[in-house]
Design a protein around this ligand. Sequence first.
Ligand SMILES: NC(=O)c1ccc[n+]([C@@H]2O[C@H](COP(=O)([O-])OP(=O)(O)OC[C@H]3O[C@@H](n4cnc5c(N)ncnc54)[C@H](OP(=O)(O)O)[C@@H]3O)[C@@H](O)[C@H]2O)c1
Length: 301
Amino acid sequence: MRAIEFATYGGPDVLELREVPVPEPGPGQARVAVRAAGVNPLDWKLRSGAMSDVAPLAFPHRPGLEFAGVVDAVGDGAPVEVGDEVLGWSETGSYAEYALSSVLTRKPESLTWRDAAALPVAGEAALRGLRLLEVGAGDVLLIHGASGAVGALATQLAVARGATVIGTCGDSGTEFVRSLGATPVRYGDGLVERVREISPGVDAVLDAAGHGALPDSVELRGGTDRIVTLADPAAFGMGITFSGGEPGDQNSAVLRELVDQVASGRLRIRHARSYPLAEAARAHDDSATGHSGGKLTLDIG
Ligand SMILES: NC(=O)c1ccc[n+]([C@@H]2O[C@H](COP(=O)([O-])OP(=O)(O)OC[C@H]3O[C@@H](n4cnc5c(N)ncnc54)[C@H](OP(=O)(O)O)[C@@H]3O)[C@@H](O)[C@H]2O)c1
């Protein structure tokens, strides 16, 4: 099968399209013929070596955390059957024609392959952030990066819970963030004042951007509680919660919740671009700009 792999840390040019053996499912695993794979900022952060201290890779490494596709083989006790259309987290890397997974769920027909492949990572992170912050009706929630893949899902989920959401974005994301039911505000210098023009204070902050907005967040909150960042390691020196997920957070119940919300039209995914497998390097380049304008996916198979 064809797969993207890399044998050393580096720029997008280390990504190679290789011919590799098709993996065999072990107990509890399904083998999935991948139709679409989600591209996440973590993919290029891991590739660059920037995270080698906290998450060292074994080489060759096959990137890709999430997939949508069709089950073509199962190990003993796998939770799905051959022929099922599924989405989930990959244990072998999803930038490939086949991937192994034990945390997956069935895909309703109404979801496209791209929708399904876009959901696990961003959706789980969004739900986790709101859970840690205990966001509920009446809260004023500031979301940094409301125009991004994670932030846009978190915005919709928070609005659905009855929260008032102020969402940061660049100029090109303003109308999109407004369409999600949030009040858009431009990120960057002067953010505190711009937010205060909308609301004198905020009850909670979810940072889904990771671009140095924690000091402003503390000022707006009047302290460090009810601030969660998914992306800014400065949190560790500030007494702020950084959430990278705990074992068990990525589970099939979360996938089913996300799938139900998309299938019922309560949650929508903003797709930016899709690329063939061989152009994974271009997808990494685009993701690393920080302004991809929505979810990036690879079309495979
Ligand atoms: N901890 C976890 O479990 C977890 C899980 C998933 C993702 N993440 C992290 O969360 C972050 C977002 O992921 P994603 O997939 O949503 O990425 P994304 O789709 O690329 O979104 C990036 C967001 O950051 C905003 N942004 C770009 N430059 C900015 C700046 N200078 N100041 C403020 N905001 C800026 C973008 O706004 P515009 O496009 O409008 O400019 C956009 O809203 C990444 O760092 C990722 O690694 C963490």
